[in-house]
Design a binder for this molecule. Structure first.
Ligand code: PAN
Ligand code: ZN
Length: 196
């Protein structure tokens, strides 16, 4: 039988007192996701910057458990497009997720297999509920500050990255005339489903 546990995430530094796994994702892990492919290749060649980090608290990946952690998306752009996470559907589509925004400015880009799309602006103090079926990607739109969120989701959710790698998200978040703008992704195309 597990014992209850706590960890701390003190302001303002937001460094968790417990970290079981620290993931660091560089630009080279995001091939094909940014619209400006020339800018992408140049930035990978020029040093392959760190886009985001995830601090995970380990729990068994089974129904009944909850998985939590902290996501830190760094500020920056590839061409006009802000740094973002890979984004995914949950493998078990009917599983939700909650995000609590601790620091920074950004948005969550979301869409469903049925064709709905939604972009929610994120700022400190906001709690976002991502319902079952919605793929999600966090984007940092700050100029200098990280976007830091706490997340929690069901232990059995799993991550389907492949669908988004193939089709992208329907919406992109870019800087246009000095402002944050949400635009249609001209390269969005439905993923090829494997034959059953
Ligand atoms: C989050 C994400 C985290 C990193 O924990 O995994 O923000 O994004 P990617 O997984 O898309 O690289 C979550 O949504 N978990 O389900
Ligand atoms: Zn998720």
């Amino acid at each position: 039988m597990d014992q209850p546990f706590t960890f701390t995430l003190p302001f303002p530094d937001l460094v968790p007192s417990r970290v079981d796994n620290h993931i660091q994702r560089r630009l080279s892990a995001m091939r094909g996701q940014f619209l400006d492919q020339k800018a992408y290749e140049e930035m990978v060649a020029a040093g392959d910057p760190l886009l985001y980090e995830v601090y995970e608290i380990h729990r068994p990946e089974v129904e009944g458990e909850m998985l939590m952690g902290i996501s830190v998306v760094h500020p920056g752009k590839v061409g006009d497009e802000f740094y973002m996470t890979k984004g995914h559907f949950h493998t078990v589509l009917d599983t939700a997720e909650v995000y609590y925004v601790l620091k920074g400015e950004g948005c969550m880009v979301m869409e469903t297999p049925e064709g709905d799309a939604h972009v929610e602006m994120l700022s400190p103090g906001k709690v976002l509920y991502v319902p079952p079926r919605w793929a999600h990607r966090s984007v940092c739109t700050g100029r200098q500050e990280d976007l830091v969120t706490f997340f929690i989701y069901p232990g059995n959710a799993g991550h389907d990255y492949g669908t988004i790698e193939q089709q992208g998200f329907r919406k992109l978040v870019v800087e246009k005339d000095g402002r944050v703008a949400v635009v249609d992704n001209p390269r969005w195309q439905p993923a090829q489903k494997e034959a059953a």
